[in-house]
Design a binder for this molecule. Sequence first.
Ligand code: NAD
Ligand code: G3P
Length: 335
Amino acid sequence: MTKAVVFGTGSWGTTFAMILAEAGTPTTLWGRRAEVVESIDRRRENPEYLPGVRLPATVRATTDPVEAMEGADFVVLAVPSQTLRGNLAQWSPHIPSHAVLVSLMKGIELRTSRRMSEVICEVAGVPAERVAVVSGPNLVGELIRHEPAATVVASVDDEVAARLQEACHLPWFRAYTNTDVVGVELGGAVKNVIALAVGVAAGMGLGDNVRAMLMTRGLAEISRLGAALGADPHTFAGLAGMGDLVATCTSPLSRNRTFGENLGRGMTMAETIAATRQTAEGVKSCESVLDLARKHDVEMPITEVVVGVVHDGMTPSEAAMLLMSRTPKPERYGV
Ligand SMILES: NC(=O)c1ccc[n+]([C@@H]2O[C@H](COP(=O)([O-])OP(=O)(O)OC[C@H]3O[C@@H](n4cnc5c(N)ncnc54)[C@H](O)[C@@H]3O)[C@@H](O)[C@H]2O)c1
Ligand SMILES: O=P(O)(O)OC[C@H](O)CO
């Protein structure tokens, strides 16, 4: 029988463990904090991240990474992107030699500008064929109610993607396979940056025309970066591209959009960080996305102003003025 371990008892790690278990894949959750692990193991609930959600009996939990990985066919990683390298270095000596490593994370590493699958290959010393990525419009607040949703399971090895698809596919959770790992990962990481921009605009009281403009031109930025990195352009019209962009930029459940909205309303960065309990990946990844774009000579004006507002003291009004005063150009310029 296929078994999985999920590293990270946050909202997506716990929810994906629930999905795997419901799909018939017994799953062990690894967490840092003994009280969270004990609650999952004894009471079948993660009160901090998913209060009131009853987890299936085939979800176990432990603080011991070695015990967690015993016999695992899928090692699923759901910690904040910037912590992956340090954590995985400790876990990788104990990963079963046949196991596939799966990234649920939607970030780009600071300093190296690497995608999460690249960090996994480098740190765990595994070939790309042993890595998969799950990304799509998957807001946890809806999934825990078993509302219908779909996702993309990507691996350069389509058999690996098909195995993971089988391990997590449910009547209410459709998993589609894809071999374009680069495109699927970029779609997930960069939409968080665009959601910050959309949130800022909403916080400033701006309406749907602005939201549509930022989402559409944001998709152009994602596609330009994807083209430079060799992604399949069709991926960005799919669930991991436009799909996730729509969900994240329009939902009040999105942490990234909410983070931007608080900034747009006039909260300081310190106040906004204090008001954010969970991981809003775009806050750090906007800088690494911009670095990646610059390395590949790709123009990403929305990402630039997001970095300005989040990290360099630019005001939302200055950001809006900068974007609107750019040189007029044809819509397909640079795409
Ligand atoms: N929540 C969602 O709706 C959702 C959906 C799809 C993808 N994602 C992505 O999944 C990833 C995880 O997000 P999440 O929503 O579960 O975040 P979260 O903030 O809910 O949980 C993060 C987890 O990581 C743990 N953690 C924090 N710092 C750590 C460290 N240094 N070492 C080890 N563990 C640490 C926390 O204790 C927590 O258990 C992110 O990349 C996010 O973009 C989230
Ligand atoms: O809450 P966010 O902004 O991290 O978005 C969650 C998921 O990535 C949506 O698919």
